[in-house]
Ligand binder design. Structure first.
Ligand code: ADP
Ligand code: TRP
Length: 320
């Protein structure tokens, strides 16, 4: 079974990215033939500063390797090192109905947020389809917000296969239902664009201060509290095992346990959980040749697949 996922290097990664996408993507290396890439072509649709893009791309490489991505088992690469996908995106755009892209929530959301409606932003799902189809992926692990893009990919693959020749495998999205949406410090979906996120590798001070800012209700300290409606508890659950969750829920319900105490417990738990990753990240940051060689050899392997698919697609449409 082949699995592919990508992440945009559009800022420091946060714990919503970690639980919603990184961890599931890293774990899939246990289950099959995993491909994971840094979607820097996609990031160009929103990141306009070249230095910012370069740095963010590197940060994502370090983050994934630090969090357990094993380059022996996962083909890990930078999207722009596999330029075949841009040609494949053009071939797919021929079978892409305008209406299909016009219905994409992600495009509409970005426009609503004030991002300039460029052709690249509009055609974003077509490039994403090319990423997925180029390596003939069976499974695409993504967060819920990306599910529609995988559906677009399926539609395009089916249409191309019917219109020309059966070139593409039809992929399935894999949404981590039990993770769902990780809330941010204000209770909305955690997102760097809402600035309500807690960075994965932020400094101790910054991480603590973000956590202490989590919005809670005004139940007095001595009163019993409902863990199930509390943002602090929602985040704590991501890090704690079943017994720890139960113990924390009991403390909420018993009263005399304030939100400040819950936030401190959350901070400690999060800091401890990510400690080994932080150490590994420091080691990698001091060894950039190694990181670069991982990305280069990943790209070589991905290119073989992409070239093969592209050749078949070119032939199918009559370019050779
Ligand atoms: P952001 O909203 O911070 O810009 P992205 O849109 O770049 O994050 O998302 C990158 C990946 O992380 C996607 O697969 C997305 O589904 C996942 N993801 C982002 N935020 C969350 C969240 N709050 N909960 C779960 N998954 C998330
Ligand atoms: N659009 C995805 C995101 O914002 C990133 C991405 C690009 C991707 N190409 C992909 C994810 C292919 C999965 C498969 O998170």
């Amino acid at each position: 079974m082949r699995i592919l996922s990508g992440i945009q290097p559009s800022g420091k990664l946060h714990i919503g990215n970690y639980f919603g996408m990184m961890r599931p993507a890293i774990e899939l290396q246990e289950r099959g033939d995993a491909f994971l890439f840094i979607a820097n072509y996609h990031a160009l649709t929103t990141v306009t500063d070249s230095d910012v893009l370069r740095d963010a791309t590197w940060d994502v490489a370090l983050d994934f390797l630090a969090c357990g991505l094993d380059p022996q088992r996962t083909v890990f690469f930078r999207q722009s090192d596999v330029p075949e996908v841009t040609e494949l995106a053009w071939l797919l755009s021929i079978v892409t109905p305008m209406g299909l892209l016009e219905r994409c929530h992600s495009y509409k959301d970005k426009i609503a947020k004030g991002i300039a409606p460029s052709h690249g932003l509009f055609a974003y799902p077509v490039l994403m389809a090319a990423d997925i189809l180029s390596v003939q992926s069976d499974i695409v692990p993504v967060g819920r917000d990306q599910k529609q893009h995988v559906e677009v990919t399926r539609d395009l693959a089916i249409k191309f296969n019917n219109q020309y020749a059966p070139v593409f495998k039809i992929p399935e999205p894999s949404i981590q239902e039990h993770v769902a949406v990780v809330p941010g410090v204000d209770g909305q979906k955690m997102s760097k664009s809402y600035n309500n996120h807690v960075e994965l590798f932020g400094s101790k001070k910054e991480t603590k201060s973000r956590i202490m800012r989590i919005v809670t209700d005004s139940t007095p300290l001595e009163d019993p509290k409902d863990p199930d409606t509390c943002n602090v508890f929602a985040l704590y659950k991501l890090f704690a095992d079943a017994n720890e969750q139960q113990a924390m829920a009991d403390r909420y319900r018993a009263g005399n346990f304030g939100y400040g105490d819950a936030k401190k417990a959350l901070f400690e738990k999060m800091w401890e959980t990510f400690a080994p990753f932080r150490a590994k990240r420091e080691e990698l940051a001091a060894n950039s040749d190694f990181v670069e060689s991982v990305l280069q050899s990943g790209a070589e392997r991905a290119r073989v697949e992409a070239r093969h698919t592209l050749d078949r697609a070119r032939k199918a449409v009559g370019l050779v």
